[in-house]
Design a protein around this ligand. Structure first.
Ligand code: ADP
Length: 544
């Protein structure tokens, strides 16, 4: 017997229609070099429908790829909806990828048009000649000084506002197949070329709903959301779609992601929810000191492990610890969140801080398993046994776009192999021990670089720390701590090792400590261990 409910396709058009009908007076603010621009969802919706007309006028093919090279702005949000609602596929390009990677992904995705913010046009222009399928470049004037008049042979350059003014608003075509592609995003590719993930309308809508669960991120109409996490990286963690679906106000930070600028936006615009990677919050915390942050209710953070000391720093200073989430480009991206189960509700703050330092519980809709690399079986839920974290669910990728490397990333029964090593505690909380490639392999045992970093960063003189494995003649690898000392503070190797003594097992103690000016960051602001490994690949550890 079949159910007798309507076969109603889950499409991004449905999210758009809600905002247009129910929340036309809610605000979208964008902070630009030229000042703050404010608009409403009503005005945004009208422009987004015109943008649908622009895609028709430019002759973009039925499922043509519409690329963006853009900051978090209202106009990027227009593209976020116009492309999929008009049946095209949005392709967000990461502004901070190496030039040859940008060329690779533009050609691999076969982008037909690129919408580019003028402030970053200078990064794109030298590459235009390498783009094989791009016919149109549309410049969004966000105050950048770059001269965009000459795009070179085979490409036409247009002005975003001129195209919009000349186009007519469209009625969206009916999207009958919810599994149709809506958008693409490439992983930031720390090794090899980036891999393409293709989201469907259905996966995006379901992921959006999960962001609105009370035990998810709990996005709601009364929120004023500051997505610091870029819209070019893993869908701004779903916040752009969820804000539109919920009718939340949006505070878009534009190009200036400096701590003072973000702190000003939080305070002046009474932001309720602000999301970004840990390195962002490390900078913003001091900039918020002594200011009115009473509007804030949630600070979602992920992309790399949230140091306990950072979360506790927020709790002590503003009364709100960080809310950790885990995910990947391949998981849309949110798969777990650090909500606190009722069994933990009465724990003292320092023990709660340990729960918050875990990556949390899978969202409804996501299935996770931690599989022992030795036995191939799921590990027991004892918080100790480690294995590879694997994921399944309606917003988890089942393969990469046209990529031979897919075979090694998915199991025979179709689960995503995340490349993360994790444990599960008796309540089902996931704790990431490390990325498979970052774990320090000392003899037959593993040392978690993440846990060591957490303990090192707990030292009051430490600003940032990253631990890498360095070749060792006897143990294969031993940990090297790369430490940035806070301005005005002093720290020696001996003092740090003494501090760590008793906090970690003796055989985990780093064999050496190097003091560096800054931990190199990846294109999305994570610690780049690959760069550190390259820098210290011939490092000779002391022999005693
Ligand atoms: P990239 O692989 O290029 O960094 P992603 O943003 O997709 O791109 O990264 C996903 C990875 O980031 C995860 O596999 C995991 O290693 C790491 N990560 C994400 N969230 C967390 C978190 N809360 N704690 C620890 N690591 C995290």
């Amino acid at each position: 017997m079949q159910g007798l409910m309507q076969d109603f396709p889950l499409t991004i058009t449905h999210l758009f229609n809600r905002a247009e009908k129910l929340f036309p007076n809610k605000e979208i603010l964008t902070s630009l070099p030229t000042g703050k621009e404010r608009t409403t969802y009503g005005a945004w919706a009208e422009r987004t429908r015109r943008l649908g007309g622009v895609l028709d006028d430019l002759g973009i093919s039925a499922d043509g790829r519409v690329a963006t090279f853009s900051w978090n702005t209202q106009k990027h949000l227009e593209l976020y909806f116009a492309a999929p609602c008009a049946g095209r596929v949005l392709h967000t390009l990461n502004l901070r990828l190496f030039p040859e990677q940008v060329t690779y992904i533009v050609n691999h995705a076969e982008d037909e048009v690129i919408f580019v913010d003028k402030t970053v046009a200078g990064l794109l222009w030298p590459l235009l000649g390498t783009f094989e399928t791009v016919r149109h470049i549309v410049v969004i004037d966000d105050g950048g000084p770059f001269d965009t008049s000459d795009p070179g042979p085979g490409k036409q350059v247009h002005d975003y506002e001129e195209l919009l003014a000349a186009a007519s608003p469209v009625d969206w075509p009916a999207i009958t197949d919810e599994n149709q592609a809506a958008s693409m995003c490439y992983t930031s590719g720390t090794t090899g070329n980036p891999k393409g993930v293709v989201y469907s309308h259905r996966s995006t809508v379901l992921h959006t709903m999960s962001a609105m669960f009370a035990d998810g991120v709990g996005i709601r109409e009364t929120d004023r959301i500051l997505p610091v996490v870029p819209m070019f990286h893993a869908n701004a963690w779903g916040l752009a779609h969820a804000a539109v679906a919920a009718g939340s106000d949006l505070v878009m930070p534009g190009p200036d992601l400096s701590p003072p600028a973000l702190a000003d936006l939080i305070v002046e615009e009474k932001v309720t929810l602000a999301a970004g990677v840990p390195t962002i919050w490390m900078g913003v915390l001091p900039a918020l000191e002594g200011r009115d942050t009473s509007s804030l209710r949630l600070i979602p953070c992920g992309g790399s492990a949230v140091p306990k000391v950072l979360s506790e720093g927020f709790r002590r200073q503003i009364g709100l610890p960080i809310f950790q989430a885990w995910g990947m480009t391949e998981t849309s991206p949110v798969a777990t969140v650090g909500s606190i189960k009722s069994v933990y509700a009465d724990l003292p703050e320092d023990e709660l801080a340990d729960i918050r330092a875990m990556q949390g519980l899978p969202l409804l809709g996501v299935e996770l398993r931690v599989v022992s690399q030795e036995t191939g079986e799921e590990v027991p839920w004892d918080g100790e046994a480690r294995g590879e974290l694997q994921a399944a669910g309606p917003w988890i990728a089942r393969t990469y776009y046209n990529d031979d490397r897919s075979a090694e990333s998915f199991t025979d029964d179709g689960w995503l192999r995340t490349g993360d090593v994790a444990t599960v505690n008796p309540e089902g909380y996931i704790r990431l021990v490390d990325r498979t490639k970052d774990v320090v392999k000392s003899g037959g045992e593993w040392i978690s670089s993440v846990e060591l970093e957490n303990e090192i960063m707990a030292h009051p003189a430490v600003a940032e720390a990253a631990v890498i494995g360095v070749t060792h003649p006897k143990w294969q690898e031993r940990p090297l701590a790369c430490v940035v000392v806070k301005p005005g503070e002093e720290l020696t190797k001996e003092a740090l090792l003494e501090f760590l003594d008793g906090r970690v097992a003796k055989w985990w103690l780093p064999d050496d400590v190097v003091f560096i000016d800054e931990v190199p960051k990846t294109s999305v602001g994570k610690f780049s261990k690959k760069d550190l490994r390259d820098r210290f690949k011939d490092y000779e550890l002391p022999t005693t």
